[in-house]
Design a protein around this ligand. Structure first.
Ligand SMILES: [Zn+2]
Length: 559
């Protein structure tokens, strides 16, 4: 991947003319890094503090201040002279200190994305904001009556009248027709910006600046497709029988609106189990404090700085926040005594312990996760525990009988959910790649081709609709979705390593992941501590003995 990039650097005329003017020696590179950190570290801490205040209070002036400080960082990173020096320093063999090379990588990708022509960047930001605003304010309609997203979900999960289900499904896609013109324009603008920097299109640029390669990702998704195709077909066949029976139709008559979710990315809850009742009346904060301490990753300091309960004006979801890369890590949440919040807080604290336990001796630029998907993997790894029967037994003191009941249902549900998510992620990966390669092709037809191929859904009769554009990620997090899947794969690969190599067990049967400090010690040494010291795949090889592979995800959930 890096070789590919330096090839591009060598052939891009803009780069050649700037590149030959500067010739930094290693001590100069170290100086570039020092200058950058001196300017950007305080601003980054400032941004993080302002963001925290904005999210916990909802005050508009804080959001305004946030934009101003972010802009100052962006201005630094758009300096073409600094960029030329950083780029020249990346020529192979020029720097030998691997830490300095990694810091150079970080700077390079940070600057690269900000070298786009200012007017074009401005238009992109404005159009992006416009699409998001339209999206946020738009309400679909059923029989001329406006409905909310939660109305749609209620109808799609509980309604037995097929006509009403179809109407709700169509209402959820309506926003697509309103935004599709602007969204496609946004895709073209993003492509234009990427081409200014010498890439084929924006998708390719995003993957390369995310230190990934399209070839590697294609290979991972192909393998995942091969390994999940038949098991998914079998699970879906069983599901179809249940759904058809509930609606009083034959399985052949099932349409996309029968699947309880506008995109069939979540498993319909047809297997009965109310996990909430096990968490009702429990102190979720205390559970999570006890749990993390039991595996040698105490979080008392994180909890003390966190904002965990709901309040007027506060951001309604949850996130983990590393304020200064020196131990000030906090979590925002709106805790309730439900399984969903147990999962969410385990997840966010997964992110938080990753940040807290970066080795403080590493330089500031490397005190970050190896990649956004590697921290997602840790979050997912811990989040999965909220419905793990053995974990629940240990933490909640459940009886054998209750534990067995949970195990039989939650294993089946988890398995289906994981396989289904993998199939859905394949649709997103292939579609978005094609979208940026050629935004003028028959995208609506292509979407349904992929949905039929990977998710085994039937396309509705009539001309193909533009419903794909109602997926918010195409606007707000372009070319990022594959990272959710990679996070799941790595979570399983780490699980496998911990079971066999760290805890030296034959299998994960009955494994609760409670009360064993070896788990925390391993994660600190191989994952959290090094931060971004190694590129993500090198970190994974060091931590698990092999590069990222779908093998263990399949072993855990499919076989
Ligand atoms: Zn997360």
């Amino acid at each position: 991947m890096k070789r590919l990039l330096s090839l591009w650097v060598a052939t891009c005329p803009l780069v050649l003319c700037l590149g030959c003017a500067v010739d930094p020696r290693p001590d100069e590179v170290a100086q570039i890094v020092r200058d950058y950190v001196a300017k950007v570290e305080p601003l980054t801490t400032r941004v993080n503090l302002v963001y925290w205040e904005a999210a916990t209070t909802g005050k508009p002036q804080k959001f305004e201040e946030l934009k101003q400080v972010q802009l100052r960082i962006r201005r630094i990173q758009s300096d073409p002279n600094d960029f030329a020096r950083i780029r020249a320093s990346r020529e192979p063999g020029r720097i030998r200190d691997p830490r300095l090379v990694r810091q150079g990588d970080k700077l390079y990708y940070g600057y690269l994305q900000n070298q786009i022509d200012l007017a074009l960047m401005q238009r992109t930001v404005e159009l992006d904001a416009k699409v998001q605003e339209t999206y946020n304010n738009y309400r679909g309609t059923i029989d001329g009556r406006k409905v909310t997203v939660s109305d749609v979900y209620t109808i799609m999960t509980t309604e037995s009248d097929v006509g009403k289900r179809e109407a709700a499904w169509r209402a959820s896609k309506e926003v697509a027709n309103v935004i599709i013109g602007d969204l496609l324009e946004l895709v073209r603008l993003r492509n234009q910006a990427a081409r200014q920097l010498g890439f084929d299109n924006y998708h390719t640029m995003s993957i390369v600046t995310g230190e990934q390669s399209i070839g590697d990702l294609d290979r991972i998704f192909e393998e995942l497709d091969r390994l999940t195709r038949e098991p998914f077909a079998k699970l879906k066949h069983e599901l179809d029988e249940i759904l058809a029976k509930n609606c009083g139709i034959s399985p052949e008559g099932l349409m996309p609106w029968h699947y309880h979710d506008p995109f069939f990315q979540r498993t319909p809850l047809v297997y009965e189990l109310d996990l909430d009742r096990y968490y009702r009346g429990r102190d979720i904060q205390e559970l999570v404090r006890k749990y993390y301490a039991s595996i040698g990753l105490p979080i008392d300091d994180i909890l003390a700085r966190s904002d965990l309960y709901d309040r007027e004006g506060k951001y309604p979801h949850a996130f983990s926040h590393d304020v200064n890369r020196s131990g000030d890590v906090r979590v925002l949440a709106n805790l309730q005594d439900t399984e969903r919040w147990m999962e969410t807080i385990l997840h966010e604290l997964g992110h938080a312990v990753y940040s807290k336990y970066h080795d403080p001796r590493e330089p500031w630029l490397l005190r970050e996760p190896a990649h956004s998907f590697t921290t997602e993997a840790i979050a997912v790894f811990f989040g999965r525990l909220s419905r793990n029967a053995d974990w629940m037994q240990k933490m909640l003191g459940l009886s054998e009988e209750e534990t067995a009941k949970i195990r039989s249902v939650s294993d089946r549900y988890l398995r289906f959910q994981q396989v289904l998510f993998a199939r859905w992620a394949m649709v997103m990966w292939h579609f978005e790649k094609a979208l940026y390669a050629n935004p003028d092709q028959d995208l609506n037809g292509l979407w349904w081709d992929l949905v039929e191929k990977y998710q085994l859904l039937k396309r509705p009769p009539g001309p193909a609709d533009a419903g794909w554009a109602s997926k918010l990620h195409f606007t707000t997090a372009p070319c990022y979705y594959h990272n959710y899947m990679l996070g799941e794969l790595l979570a399983s690969q780490l699980h496998k390593t911990i079971v066999h190599k760290v805890l030296k067990l034959e299998s994960d049967a009955g494994l609760s992941y409670v009360g064993d400090e070896r788990v925390g010690r391993y994660l600190r040494e191989y994952v959290f501590g090094p931060g971004a010291r190694y590129s993500w795949n090198d970190m994974i090889v060091r931590a698990t003995g092999e590069p990222l592979t779908p093998k263990y995800f399949v072993e855990q959930f499919v076989e």
